[in-house]
Ligand binder design. Structure first.
Ligand code: NYM
Ligand code: MG
Length: 237
């Protein structure tokens, strides 16, 4: 018998991971739910990796952080492009996690936040297409879980922090933008949205999210579709 030659590369995973994005206005509970979700998936024996945007740990992320904390001023378009660049710089690792490692990604905010927040600024309110353009072609989420909460309720949760955008009128505009983006994705038919009432208790929200995510993971595993390209037709390249 010929002995098997040990492979130098890790075995290819049985299927790619699912790319799940949690979205919503500030103080909707995304960050809490993202970490509960990771624990739940790991408990089920599924590989799960947390990601978040903005990722403030990179050079680009540091510029974003300074801007959000009002330590610097930037043109609205310039900072929008930085948020997008912050996703593009993470895209190779994101793909590797999904495809080579076969791990699921739970991502706290992504491109929809980018568009919803920037296009809620007066200077960009008529430039939705421009706001979307720089994120076209990024790895596309397999599901968007939108934690929906009225601005009044979100505000009651210990109040907003002191960062830029954490103001009542801005948050109201952002919520409307999110619903416009949801309609656009629904017409397009590629990225499914799941709306969860985030005014419920942490446990109630968690139960709904777990169910959505388990179904999405099963779908990704059984359909064997490649990772999609955000807001773009073809899936190659
Ligand atoms: N934000 C987030 C944007 O304006 N554009 C983006 O592309 C992303 C990912 O950053 N108010 C805004 C939304 C938030 C702020 O995010 C900081 P977080 O999740 O609070 O750290
Ligand atoms: Mg925040």
């Amino acid at each position: 018998m010929i002995p098997a030659i040990p492979s130098k590369t890790a075995a290819k995973p049985a299927s790619r991971g699912a790319f799940i994005v949690l979205e919503g206005v500030d103080r909707c509970g995304k960050t809490t739910q993202a970490s509960l979700l990771i624990k739940h998936l790991v408990g089920l024996g599924l590989a799960a990796v947390a990601m978040r945007f903005p990722d403030r740990t990179t050079m680009v992320g540091d510029l974003i952080n300074q801007y959000l904390q009002s330590k610097s001023e930037l043109d609205d378009r310039a900072v929008h492009l930085l948020f997008s660049a912050n996703r593009w710089e993470a895209a190779p690792a994101l793909r590797k996690t999904l495809i080579d490692d076969g791990a699921n990604i739970i991502c706290d905010r992504y491109a929809h936040s980018g568009v919803a927040f920037s296009s809620s600024k007066p200077s960009l309110e008529d430039n939705l297409d421009w706001c979307r353009a720089c994120d076209v072609g990024l790895p596309a989420p397999d599901a968007i879980i939108f934690l929906d909460i009225a601005q009044e309720e979100a505000e009651q949760r210990g109040g907003y922090g002191g960062e830029r955008y954490e103001k009542k009128e801005m948050q109201q505009r952002v919520r409307k933008r999110f619903s416009q983006l949801q309609e656009m994705d629904e017409k397009d038919g590629r990225i499914p949205w799941f709306i969860v009432n985030a005014a419920q208790t942490i446990e109630e929200v968690q139960i709904e999210i777990n169910e959505i995510v388990e179904k999405t993971v099963e779908k990704v595993q059984s359909e064997e579709q490649p990772v999609g390209l955000l807001w773009k037709e073809e899936t190659k390249g």
